[in-house]
Design a protein around this ligand. Structure first.
Ligand code: PLP
Length: 395
């Protein structure tokens, strides 16, 4: 009647979604102000003013087909030219319009890239824990196997030895995500240098290039003046999967891109396979209006200062209460060690206090919880009483 595999996928709701729904129900009982929902990564900072201005200008000045019609499957040429110029100016990327493929956000960028790279069921895609849980679904869809590298719980960078052990003759790609969901850490230049050296050596050993897929929806959400690193400068066989969902607070608009730089091995072949994968999955083209909107807003972001304020507030207060927090340098998540071994049991105790936090087991990192701080700062302040009661249960 229906695919059992897809049926299973459709009937499992994620822990995050379940918590979010629970929060909505609880709000109706105890009042919205008494529920502290830190479950979901839905940007709360408004999109910058340039988004509305760009939409209004486009609607006022263009004909319908130039707003709502199909674009080329890879995206509008002028948009991709603008993106290339921006990346060259900002990161000295040395790319052209022909290196970009516009997509419906990071999820589409990743599913298309994986579908384009995977040759057969023996292929392996390496995930570095902690990782965005949907990666396992995307890899499954591409017909490859998931190989998980255990987390580096000291630094939350990359455990090089563990990565080396995870690689085999079947390794096709490694997915990296920095700034990271859920740990909030940002990979250093040193980390990229070491990963690049290892991947280069392993590629030579196994006789085919291992691609690095850099999933970067949080690229510009970075703190303490840390530099934004352009990953292909460290490792040429990098494919960037980007999205404007977080940086411009546009998750419902579904807009992003894949960048396959000319320096990547078999760049043109991979690009053509990306076009084929997008076609096979029925994407047709990325939303036309929002391709044009992001072109007009290049280099802009939502007010990251709000997230920075929340980050400091939460990190400082929770650390003082005795929580063991991973220092967050990017994205909008605080990663906290569970005071008991089972993070699910800890999150359940939190839930009784109407504190909704996500156990990180599905992120490949048992013993930790994720607190999403893209929320109203007042809610964070109101939540401290509950956080205090929670930690008191462990002293
Ligand atoms: N990758 C990571 C690490 C994410 O956190 C998310 C969304 O939360 C995505 C990809 C998917 O983003 P998009 O909304 O652009 O598909």
């Amino acid at each position: 009647m229906a695919s059992q595999e897809m049926y299973a996928l459709g009937s499992q709701s994620s822990v995050i979604r379940e918590l979010f729904t629970y929060g909505q129900q609880q709000a109706a009982i105890v009042g919205r102000e008494n529920v502290f929902d830190f479950s979901i990564g839905n940007p709360t900072v408004p999109a910058p003013a340039c988004i509305r201005e760009a939409i209004e200008e486009i609607l006022a000045t263009r004909e319908s087909a130039a707003i709502h019609g199909y674009t080329a499957a890879s995206g509008d040429e002028a948009v991709r030219q603008g993106l290339a110029a921006y990346m060259n100016e900002t990161y000295d990327a040395g790319v052209t319009a022909g290196n970009f493929y516009m997509t419906c956000g990071a999820a589409a960028s990743l599913t298309i890239t994986l579908k384009a790279l995977v040759e057969g069921p023996a292929d392996e895609i390496v995930l570095l824990a902690p990782f965005f849980p949907e990666y396992t679904v995307f890899v499954g869809n591409a017909g490859a196997k998931v190989v998980v590298v255990p987390p580096d719980v000291e630094q939350f960078q990359v455990s090089l030895n563990a990565l080396e052990q995870a690689m085999t003759a079947h390794t096709r790609a490694v997915i990296v995500n920095s700034p990271n969901n859920p740990s909030g850490t940002v990979y250093s230049a040193e980390t990229y240098e070491k990963v690049a050296a290892l991947l280069g050596r392993k590629s030579a050993e196994i006789g085919h290039p291992i691609y690095l897929i850099a999933d970067e929806p949080y690229r510009e959400i970075i703190y303490d003046g840390l530099p934004i690193l352009y990953v292909p400068k460290f490792y040429s066989n990098t494919i960037i999967c980007y999205s404007y969902s977080k940086s411009l607070s546009l998750p419902g608009e579904r807009i992003g891109y894949i960048l396959i730089p000319g320096c990547a091995a078999a760049s043109r072949e991979v690009y053509t396979a990306v076009c084929g994968a997008g076609r096979a999955m029925g994407f047709v083209c990325a939303p036309h209006l929002f391709q044009d909107v992001v072109l007009k807003c290049l280099g802009q972001t939502s007010d990251v200062g709000v997230y920075d304020f929340n980050r400091k507030l939460l990190y400082n207060e929770l650390s003082q209460m005795g929580y063991e927090c991973v220092y967050p340098s990017g994205a909008f998540y605080l990663f906290v060690k569970s005071p008991e071994a089972a993070a699910a049991a800890f999150a359940e105790k939190a839930k009784k206090l109407n504190l909704l936090i996500v156990p990180a087991d599905s992120f490949g990192c048992p013993g930790y919880v994720r607190i999403s701080y893209c929320v109203d700062p007042d809610m964070i302040k109101r939540s401290f009483g509950a956080f205090r009661k929670l930690i008191e249960q462990y002293v």
